[in-house]
Design a protein around this ligand. Structure first.
Ligand SMILES: *[C@@H]1O[C@H](CO)[C@@H](O)[C@H](O)[C@H]1NC(C)=O
Ligand SMILES: *[C@@H]1O[C@H](CO)[C@@H](O)[C@H](O)[C@H]1NC(C)=O
Ligand SMILES: *[C@@H]1O[C@H](CO)[C@@H](O)[C@H](O)[C@H]1NC(C)=O
Ligand SMILES: *[C@@H]1O[C@H](CO)[C@@H](O)[C@H](O)[C@H]1NC(C)=O
Length: 331
């Protein structure tokens, strides 16, 4: 056999073995969203919002519009609990327009929205939010799968479906686990797919988005399941930020043993719970009221801010990356 033929056989055999070894996992679906021509990317992140405008949802939306205009944002990320109390029933459920299309009306917000589902979306019909038909109702609404990647060149956003991780939800008959159960297989596959995607990622910034917090000083606090299962993957692969909702507050926490930042943007509507938990990580900023987060990224710098319902920048910070180390540090 000629050397070239031999090589081909070896490659084919290796590929077949890989397929057999990992039958149920697959590459996470991805959306390509190129950054601006000037090499920057501007994004807003909001969570826990869909309440027909109530609980200051409309005020948050207006300020997102203002800030979005100034920053010329490229897209919006939703950290989940998109529609209260129980998601939507189908793609023509009027709640969808009442809580999304009719609220985020500003010109600057007419960009793709990349979304994860929260526990409140799961007690309705979670598949309706993933159905491409929803984009006939509002073309912005882009949840192409329960977990997927938004690839923006120098930044990769890994959107992870965290609701199935939370054990006690599995005792609640309101949750719709179609396409999810059994839990163990589903979670094993998510973690495998995420590890693979993080390993393959060439992006300078690796940002993971989920609904539930890993480390939090607000009402819900830490999530044991995510601390045990998801956090080690994030640390092992040098993830820069974990962005979540679920706690209805704005919060920045620095990990004590890695460069990971835990960022909560869950102030899209109902807030002011007045409940706090202890976390031994370093709480850099915590606001119990409504608002959202902005980020402007370049290959070497990240500028982030939290805004309240009046458009005040409550907390601004920066991260820089040295190309050699590939690690972020506080600017
Ligand atoms: C709306 O926001 C204002 C300003 O933060 C706050 O005083 C008020 O309590 C909020 N309303 C609700 C329903 O949370
Ligand atoms: C969709 O859901 C709404 C709200 O529950 C309901 O009124 C409507 O009949 C449903 N439409 C279809 C086509 O099932
Ligand atoms: C789920 O329910 C079972 C039976 O009531 C109980 O033993 C178990 O502790 C519950 N699990 C969680 C995580 O709540
Ligand atoms: C909360 O999570 C963080 C990050 O894993 C951890 O350092 C801390 O010990 C946890 N705190 C509690 C009270 O579980």
């Amino acid at each position: 056999m000629a050397p070239a033929e031999l090589l081909l056989v070896v490659v084919v055999t290796a590929a077949a073995a890989l397929l057999l070894a990992a039958p149920a996992s697959a590459a996470l679906p991805r959306v390509l969203h190129a950054p601006k021509a000037d090499g920057t990317l501007a994004v807003l992140a909001v969570g826990d919002w869909g309440r027909r405008g109530q609980f200051n949802q409309t005020l948050v939306a207006q300020q997102m519009g203002e800030v979005g205009q100034k920053m010329d944002i490229d897209f919006v990320i939703s950290t989940g609990d998109n529609i209260y109390d129980d998601g939507i029933a189908n793609t023509s459920d009027p709640l969808f327009k009442e809580s999304f299309s009719n609220i985020y009306t500003a010109k600057s917000l007419q960009k793709p929205w990349y979304l994860v589902l929260g526990n409140h979306d799961y007690t309705g019909n979670p598949l309706a939010q993933l159905d491409p038909a929803i984009r006939n109702v509002d073309s912005r609404y882009t949840a192409i799968a329960k977990s997927f990647i938004v690839n923006s060149g120098f930044a990769d956003f890994f959107l992870v479906d965290t609701t199935p991780f939370i054990l006690h939800y599995w005792n609640n008959t309101k949750f719709d686990w179609r396409g999810v159960a059994p839990r163990d297989t589903y979670i094993t596959n998510i973690l495998k797919d995420l590890e693979y995607a993080l390993t393959e990622s060439k992006a300078a910034w690796k940002i993971v988005v989920g609904h539930h917090p890993i480390s939090s000083g607000c009402g819900h606090g830490n999530n044991t399941e995510l601390e045990e299962l998801l956090l080690p993957v994030l640390k092992a692969h040098g993830v820069d930020m974990y962005v979540n909702g679920h706690d209805h507050c704005l919060q920045r926490i620095s990990s004590r043993d890695s460069h990971l930042q835990f960022l909560t943007s869950g102030g899209g509507s109902k807030a002011w719970a007045g409940k706090f938990k202890a976390t031994p990580d370093k709480v850099e900023f915590l606001y119990d009221g409504q608002g959202f987060m902005s980020m402007r990224l370049s290959k070497t710098e990240a500028h982030l801010a939290f805004f309240d319902v009046a458009g005040n920048a409550l907390h601004c910070w920066g991260l820089t990356k040295t190309a050699a180390a590939g690690r972020a540090s506080l600017a």
